[in-house]
Design a protein around this ligand. Sequence first.
Ligand SMILES: [Fe+2]
Length: 265
Amino acid sequence: MNLPPLVDLHCHFVPGVDDGARDVDEALVQLREFERLGIHTVVTTPHLAASAVHGDWRDGIEAAFAELKEGAARDCPGVDLQRSFEFRLDDPDADLSDPTIGLGEGGRLLVEFPMLAMPAYPDRMLEIVLAAGWIPVLAHPERYAGVERSFGWIDRWRDLGALMCVNAGSLWGDHGGEAQRVVHRMLAESLVDLVASDNHARPHRATTVREAWEYLAEAGCEEQATLLTATNPAAVLAGDPTVAVPPCEPRQGWVGRLRRLVTGG
Ligand SMILES: [Fe+2]
């Protein structure tokens, strides 16, 4: 198997600004591990509520990121560390006009629905992002409570132009049975565009996109693994079109079964 240059578009390493890394050291433990595993492009995406975007909201985040960047340049110089945001769509009048909040230079914005729940108007929320000139990258669509019942929305979101970025851990059940069933159905129906870690720098659940690549590759889906964890995230950052990912139904090999045993998924 050929490990591609892996890219992680979604993790929480800016210290002390959300529920991710609590300090620089905690973040650097993960980043050193990422470098060792061949994840050389990492976009850290602190949570940001759309309703909180006013005044000097970003000063603290930028200062914390600068401190992390300095540590990363010293400890893991092989990692290209970038900063974007995971935008929580909790305000229909959100100001999304700042051109520097997106993923790379590609005009894509990582967004999530509030409370890990399906919003009342699931298409309206993404239309707000589109109207502001961004292509939405929806974080963990498989995790919103009730999405299995409302699976058709995923097609609708993609028809609107949004990209679906699932969490690596959902593949093997870290986020429960519903998320796992939904992500496997999405893979079978070619509805996943990207896989990211959503790593929160917690040692007990420090997922990586390397694990996702191995899980899929070992399950007979190496082509899809590479598109989801390398080709497409790199395209997002560069502003290039993403590649349609052929359908795949990962076989549950011994690695998958072991993970299920360990995680109870
Ligand atoms: Fe996240």
